[in-house]
Every structure is written in structure tokens, then in C-alpha cells.
Write a protein that binds this ligand. Structure first.
Ligand SMILES: Cc1ncc(C[n+]2csc(CCOP(=O)(O)OP(=O)(O)O)c2C)c(N)n1
Ligand SMILES: [Mg+2]
Length: 324
């Protein structure tokens, strides 16, 4: 499974997954203290998905994200301190504090935006993919959607058009089994979202979203097809979220012990650590050094966010609309 990955690649993957986990665990703690405004939806548990995809992306590839977007941002290379400041609503944030958690966008790194509209991302990814196709750049677009978003009309329309226009776009459905408090078994009409690909004339695959190597391999194939003019693909990453839908969610809809069991049994980071130290010649010390590096980065990010100024009210209407 790790066939085309060097030790350096695997250490990079670990650094990204660990950065996402530490970022989310820290936002969880800081949010509870009351210092963060608005809503946050945490990505902890799903790190292998964004990371396995992100490692294939060029700077000019575009991603469209959703409300659970911190991990997608980090995997696409958005700067972590600016993200933290954005979540705190500070002037030094990625979007100067005007977006917050659900609207982090960074066009310089190809991150077109987290998105509060469920199903808002697929049409955006098609637009970016169309631009790549028309300019013949060899670039592609990816959209990360949930199981809930897989049921939206916008998603169906985008998938149809992607095939009709043979767009270089990959639809990544992160199926964590819930849309807010609704179990996917009550809302998704088929057992596997991947089955829907056939109806839209594109290949679809089920992927173990807890397994970085499986995600990396499956997305690599889809990306290669897209770049070569072979059109869109659908990947269904089966995975789990370790926190509630949003911070403050009491999660009464989840069976007792479910989250602890998932943390113990299917954690993508624990699984990665075990595999690379037992089979790929990476030492626990190499991983521990990255753990330390990441812990420092997250401490610095929080200190930066907390000490940054609020946006100036006089700038309320700047950067909000663009005139073309
Ligand atoms: C168009 C629209 N409908 C409803 C909502 C409210 N809402 C926010 S997140 C969410 C559930 C999304 O579930 P899923 O797509 O599975 O993503 P997950 O939260 O599990 O990552 C809903 C219904 C919304 N933001 N936008
Ligand atoms: Mg979901």
C-alpha cells in the first residue's frame, strides 16, 4: 500500500494528520473557555481523508470544503496561525476575521472556502474544474462533502454536469454516519454512497477513510484520471468524527461508549503510527519529534490569535465584495 511513498512523504503525512488533530483538540478546549465566537465543527477522527487527498494536490489545484473544513485547509497548505486567528475572529486571520471557522478561504493556496451551505461545494468545484479544463492546465478540483450533503440537489446537478462536461473533478464524500443528529441509515437512500456514481456515469469507490494509505492510493488513481482528461470520480470515505456535530452538541443521539470505542479502535493516527513503525522503518523517536514540533506550532497559533487585535469597525465593509 505504501509502494510509492518515501519515508519523507510518510513523515509529511504524519505531520499533517497530527497538526489537524492537535489543532482540533485545542480548539475544542479553547472553545469551552468561551473565547471563540460563533460555531465550530471539528474534524478530529477524519484526518487521514484530507491528508491522503492533499498529498496529491498541486498548488494550483482547487478544493471546495464544507462547514467541517479545518482539516481540509491544513491539508491544502493554509497557514495554521492565520487559521487560528480567523477562528478567533481577529484582524490577523486568514480572512481578516470576517469569515470565522465556517468561511475560511485562502485563494493563494487553492482553498476556495469552507462553506456553511450543505451541498454548496460541488457546483463550486465544477466551476474550478471547468476553468482548469478550458485553460488546459492539467489541474483539478476536489470537493469534500458529507453523507448529508450527498443527498442535496446541488450535489446531484454538479455530478451530472461533471460527467457531461468530463470535468477534472473528484467528489470526496466523507461519510461519518451522521448529518447533525440524523443517522445516515435514516437519510441516505442506498447503503453505499459510492453506488450513486454509476447513475451519474462516473467511477465510484468505497475507501476506508481511517486508513491514510488506502485514501492516498484511491485518490491517486482518481487524480491521475482527472488530469489525463478521463473525467470525474466519486470516492466514499467511510470514517468517523470524534466530537459532536458542533461544539456544544450533547450527542444524545450516539450510543453510549461509541466515541470512546472509535477513539480506541479506529483512530487513523494510532493506526498510522503502528504501521509505519512496524513496517516502514520509521522510529517512534522520529514521530515524537514531529509531535513536539506540532505542539509548539499550536501553542504559538493560540498565543498569536489571543494577542491579535480585533478587526477595526471602520473596515466592516472592506474585502466583503469583489468587483470584477
Ligand atoms: C442547505 C443547508 N441545509 C441545512 C443546513 C444545516 N446543516 C448544517 S451541517 C448539516 C449536516 C451536514 O451533514 P454532513 O453533510 O453529513 O456533514 P458532517 O457534519 O457530518 O461532516 C446540516 C443539515 C445547512 N447548513 N445548509
Ligand atoms: Mg456526516
Amino acid at each position: 500500500m505504501a509502494a510509492n511513498l518515501s519515508v519523507e512523504d510518510m513523515l509529511d503525512a504524519y505531520r499533517t494528520m497530527k497538526t489537524i488533530r492537535e489543532f482540533e483538540d485545542r480548539v475544542h478546549v479553547e472553545f469551552a473557555k468561551g473565547g471563540i465566537p460563533g460555531f465550530v465543527h471539528l474534524y478530529a477522527g477524519e484526518e487521514a481523508s484530507a491528508t491522503g487527498v492533499g498529498m496529491h494536490l498541486r498548488d494550483d489545484d482547487r478544493i471546495a470544503s464544507n462547514h467541517r473544513g479545518h482539516g481540509h485547509c491544513i491539508a491544502k497548505g493554509v497557514e495554521v496561525k492565520g487559521m487560528m486567528a480567523e477562528i478567533y475572529g481577529k484582524a490577523t486571520g486568514t480572512c481578516r476575521g470576517k469569515g470565522g471557522s465556517m468561511h475560511i478561504a485562502d485563494l493563494d493556496t487553492g482553498m476556495m472556502g469552507a462553506n456553511g451551505i450543505v451541498g454548496g461545494g460541488p457546483p463550486l468545484a465544477c466551476g474550478a474544474a471547468l476553468a482548469h479544463k478550458m485553460k488546459k492546465t492539467g489541474g483539478l478540483a476536489v470537493v469534500f462533502c458529507g453523507d448529508g450533503a450527498s443527498n442535496q440537489g446541488t450535489t446531484f446537478e454538479a455530478m451530472n454536469l461533471a460527467t457531461v462536461w468530463q470535468l477534472p473533478v473528484v467528489f470526496v464524500f466523507e461519510n461519518n454516519g451522521y448529518a447533525e443528529a440524523t443517522d445516515a441509515r435514516f437519510s441516505v437512500s442506498c447503503k453505499d454512497i459510492a453506488d450513486r456514481a454509476k447513475g451519474f456515469g462516473m467511477p465510484g469507490r468505497i475507501v476506508d477513510g481511517h486508513d491514510f494509505f488506502a485514501v492516498h492510493e484511491a485518490f491517486g488513481e482518481a487524480a491521475e484520471r482527472a488530469r489525463a482528461g478521463g473525467g470525474p470520480s466519486l470516492l466514499e470515505h467511510k470514517l468517523d468524527r470524534f466530537f459532536g456535530h458542533f461544539e456544544g452538541d450533547n450527542q444524545k443521539y450516539r450510543p453510549d461508549g461509541e466515541v470512546q470505542r472509535l477513539r480506541d479502535e479506529v483512530c487513523c493516527i494510532k493506526r498510522f503510527q503502528k504501521l509505519v513503525t512496524s513496517q516502514h522503518g520509521i522510529s517512534p523517536d522520529q514521530l515524537a519529534a514531529i509531535d513536539q514540533e506540532v505542539a509548539t506550532l499550536i501553542d504559538e497559533a493560540v498565543a498569536f490569535a489571543e494577542s491579535s487585535p480585533d478587526p477595526d469597525p471602520a473596515e466592516l465593509l472592506t474585502d466583503v465584495y469583489i468587483k470584477y
